[in-house]
Design a protein around this ligand. Sequence first.
Ligand code: DQQ
Length: 467
Amino acid sequence: MPTTDLHHPRYHFLPPSGWMNDPNGLIQHEGVYHLFYQHNPDGPFWSTMHWGHAVSRDLVHWEHRPIALAPTPGGPDATGCFSGCCVIDRGVPTLIYTGVDDPAWNHQVTCLATGDATLTAWNKHPRPVIDGPPPGVDALGFRDPYVWRERGEWRMVIGAGIRGVGGAVLHYASPDLREWAYRGVYYQGDPDITGTVCECPFCLDVSNDAGETARALFFSSIPFGKALYVVGDERGGSYSARGSGAVDWGGCLYAPLGFVDGRGRRIVFGWIWEMRDEAEVRAGAWAGALSLPRVVTLRGDGALGFAPADELESLRRRRVDYDGLRLSDATWQAPDARGAQLEIAVEARVDEAHEFALVVRASPDGEERTRIVYDASSQFLRIDPSRSSRDRARADRHVAPLPLARGEPLRLRVFVDASVIEVFAGDRACLAGRVYPAREDSLCVGVQARGAVEVSRLTVWELADPG
Ligand code: DQQ
């Protein structure tokens, strides 16, 4: 691990070297969490997709395993093993993934591989199990199968776009994971949301304390580069949505994947991409990171809630508390809290404010600083990277809607990990951001107010490097 790399996250998962994008095949098997991911081991750029593999017992400490899938020359995945999933079929770990065999990666088929009990060694089925889009569907893309078992059969959703219509999720069923029957279009929403192609679809059934249940369907949309979800129901084999939202509002989390763990938790990880120039990324050793595990719930208002998995609390070390801070048109820097790996919990009353900001990765003189800003008039939350680095100017237009009732405090949990920032606003909105401070002393934490703000709680934990 390059100790001099100021931008290298420590407790977010990264590939050992090279490039990573989508999480794939998430599963907990015999107590062990398995993470597979889109990976180019040959360098920090997207090319010739392999499946990287890592294991964990607590979702926090990850151990790299050998590459699980590599393209087979002459095979249906000769130019790449694209995204997919993992299921256990009568005790046999099975990967269902997208193979591409042409130089432009347009010929997309569904492949299968079976593995040993440790999910380390994989045997590829010699032929694709689905050899392309269904007849009669003029598909733009046909990739990223997600499979689950329901009512005695295997079900699959797969990402696609229908030319001239918009992004779509297609639906298949199978008795044995090898023979698949096309069941029709599962979901086809407003193209202003689904774009031209829906990538990486998956479903999670969610319920809330009131006993209400729903099926959440997630997808990532081209060209918007956004990870979205709809909440609704499946009827007669197709899906109808009654509400929608974003998995993340921050503009750099994409292609999330979810699974149900042994505790029954619905957990989602996403790919956090780089916001550096391509030349700079290529000059480094690694690119891409995985988000923290986010536990998904169905909220009382029908939207999904996302909260950091409680295992992350094991990373907490030294803690500093500040309470009862009152600021009026002022900036305050915490005297005794600094670091590039921090968790911060803040609760602030913003009724009398125009704007409140939590400041992280700040240099002592404020030349560099990253602000997590709540605009109390528009009720939007955003990460402001405009002064994160003295080396580069950057604007960011991504905002999360966060309406607060009169008297309701703003509550944030923020995870800082070198260049990765993850913000959880209660369980109501998440924003992931990337920032690249150039100064080694950009480690300070503070708060800012325009108007009057009462910070009733500010707690900062230094976080351990899980190693
Ligand atoms: N990335 C994969 C595809 C997926 C896209 C290829 C989303 O399977 O559709 O790396 O990032």
